[in-house]
Design a binder for this molecule. Sequence first.
Ligand SMILES: O=C(CO)[C@H](O)[C@H](O)COP(=O)(O)O
Length: 236
Amino acid sequence: MQKTNVTIAPSIMSSDLLNLERSVRDIEKEGIDTLHIDIIDGSFSPSMPLGIDTVKQLRKITNIDFDVHLMGNDNEFLIQEMINIGVEQISFHLETSIHVDRYVNLIRNSGAKVGVALTPSTPLTSLEYILPQCDTVLLMLINPGFATDKNEKQIPYAVQKISDLKKLIEEKGLNTRIEVDGRVSLESIPDLVGAGADILVAGSTSLFIKGRSLGENKIIMEEKISEGLSKREALK
Ligand SMILES: O=C(CO)[C@H](O)[C@H](O)COP(=O)(O)O
């Protein structure tokens, strides 16, 4: 399979939470170099699958890149904790941020990559001034934190929002990567990648689909990514 620049970022909260070390080893064995870690504070949204100490423990056992998605209200506190641990990318939500430039600078000065996350209905206009300072924009395609709620479906305007963001990034001549998260399923990957998604957060509807091994699911994901890249080429 041809290597593409679309990143598969397994969401550790979708793996076996009772065997995190084994999940990390399985992910490493597949040559995956990014781990998506959701930190949810129970107030921003109701679940609390992983905590700060989980990230600390994970850091001790692996050098894989940590792509941390903060879903909390106290961004300054959480960002500082992640910086202290030493993670490679930190994304925080604009909806819970007043001091956005301050958070961007905190993350940038630590050497980590800067990500700004948007819940599904937050318009792209909210990125107007901050986009040039972002390495990544994380578009949530379900309401963040509700991954275990099976009634939570991918938003119907996912492809539209990704292609609108891609256009904005290209118009401004930026290299910002688009990360998508929430029901990034085997079925939806070709359209999401076709529209411009660069980082796919892989959870229960792709990499961790039960009944197949991680390796088997990864091969199918790669096929779907190739399909998406062909679509993207055709749309040019
Ligand atoms: O951020 C998340 C939920 O807020 C999870 O990372 C994501 O939902 C996992 O993927 P899937 O929806 O395919 O299980």
